[in-house]
Write a protein that binds this ligand. Structure first.
Ligand code: FES
Length: 135
């Protein structure tokens, strides 16, 4: 006795393979035209008040709270992506790889980096979470 029912999983598999192949063919085209899938913004919460100097250095960002404004900067250098450090005494940021320097607002003081650091918007509150950073 033969089984005459069509095998659905095989048909589905062939269609998915065709779709994946089509995407693989189109990927270089989308890369060439500069299309990227927009990523979902990520929220980071700081659940404690900042130290007296108004600076919190984290693994991915540096949070500043000075005067009436607060902002966060990405620690990723805009030259080749090394992790920048905050020099508290001199009040600037410096990349350890090629010594690019940035102001605490993220602007370039000295190259080779040409672009400013990424500034993340920060929402400040009087209760927890004290700071919400949108990256
Ligand atoms: S990677 Fe930062 S200056 Fe080159």
């Amino acid at each position: 006795m033969q089984n005459s029912a069509p095998c659905k999983s095989r048909k589905f598999s062939r269609r998915s393979l065709l779709f994946a192949g089509l995407l693989a063919l189109l990927y270089p085209f989308f890369t060439f035209i500069g299309y990227t899938v927009p990523r979902k913004p990520k929220k980071l919460y700081v659940n404690k008040p900042l130290p007296l100097n108004g600076v919190l250095v984290n693994n991915d960002y540096i949070l500043f709270d000075r005067g009436n404004s607060s902002w966060a900067l990405s620690r990723r250098c805009t030259h080749l992506g090394c992790k920048i450090n905050f020099h508290e005494q001199e009040d600037y940021l410096e990349c350890p790889c090629h010594q690019s320097r940035f102001t605490v607002e993220g602007n370039v003081i000295k190259g080779p980096a040409k672009d400013s650091l990424t500034v993340y918007p920060v929402e400040k509150k009087d209760s927890e979470p004290f700071y919400t950073i949108s990256t």
